[in-house]
Write a protein that binds this ligand. Structure first.
Ligand SMILES: N[C@@H]1[C@@H](O)[C@H](O)[C@@H](COP(=O)(O)O)O[C@@H]1O
Length: 243
């Protein structure tokens, strides 16, 4: 695992955007696995700047997002579909037909999740997967569990996740209780993984996930077994790891 400790959120966002830009430049038709949450917002901003400066071309890039709330329509401003358009897709020359996000409006979880796995396979797999990190060690919406889920599936969100995400909704009652997420197996099949993390509130989970035992109780800990993982964090998020 490669760790980049940056001085603050801006610097970590720049570093992460540079890594993604290098992927796009070296393989213009690459498949990017994308993430939501507050952590990657700065990274997306920097990517948009690079596009506006003429340094990046998204015309052949394909994307597959990690997850989506079940039950939210695409025009709901808390859906991850909406988030991705707002924070990246609407600002770069990506082709809408090249972007993929699980469809949270599909009631039949099994069919939608199997379909999403087929979509990723038809793209030839993910070249670079961007990840954030939940306070309980979740990646995508893979919550702590007694095993590592292999494929895209429907999850019941944990109370702590609902608590953490309620800041975006009118109240905790409005946070959906379920989501579709790539499985740990889906994430681990990506050729490269880039995880961005910031803030003191993530320091404990960073230490636990990447320097503690590999266990499905801390889903991100599995990344210790991936051959090509880069973790970009700020000083605060890295403050509890052995230096
Ligand atoms: N499903 C998302 C994750 O993909 C994200 O990485 C995580 C951390 O979010 P944040 O970056 O806002 O702390 O929480 C959400 O629940």
């Amino acid at each position: 695992m490669k760790f980049y400790e940056e001085k603050d959120y801006d610097a970590l966002s720049q570093r992460a955007a540079n890594i993604i830009a290098a992927q796009i430049v070296t393989k213009p038709d690459c498949v990017l696995g994308l993430a939501t949450g507050s952590s990657p917002v700065g990274t997306y901003k920097r990517l948009i700047e690079k596009y506006e400066n003429g340094d990046l071309d998204f015309s052949q890039v394909k994307t597959a997002n990690l997850d989506e709330y079940k039950g939210l329509t695409r025009d709901n401003d808390q859906s991850y579909y909406y988030f991705m358009h707002e924070n990246l897709f609407d600002h770069v020359n990506i082709c809408p037909e090249n972007t993929n996000i699980p469809d949270g409006t599909k009631e039949d979880s099994e069919t939608e999740c199997a379909h999403y796995e087929e979509v990723i396979a038809s793209l030839g797999g993910v070249d670079l997967q961007l990840l954030g990190l939940g306070h309980n060690g979740h990646i995508g919406f893979n919550e702590p569990a007694c095993d590592f889920p292999q494929a895209t599936h429907c999850v019941d969100l944990q109370e702590s996740t609902i608590e953490a995400n309620k800041r975006f909704f009118a109240s905790a009652d409005d946070v959906p209780r379920q989501a579709y997420t790539m499985g740990i197996g889906t994430i681990m099949r990506a050729k490269k993984i880039l995880l961005v993390v910031s803030g003191e509130d993530k320091a404990d989970i960073v230490a636990k996930a990447f320097f503690g035992p590999v266990t499905p109780e801390v889903p991100a800990s599995i990344l210790q077994f991936h051959p090509d993982v880069t973790i970009v964090g700020d000083k605060a998020a890295f403050s509890k790891i052995p230096h």
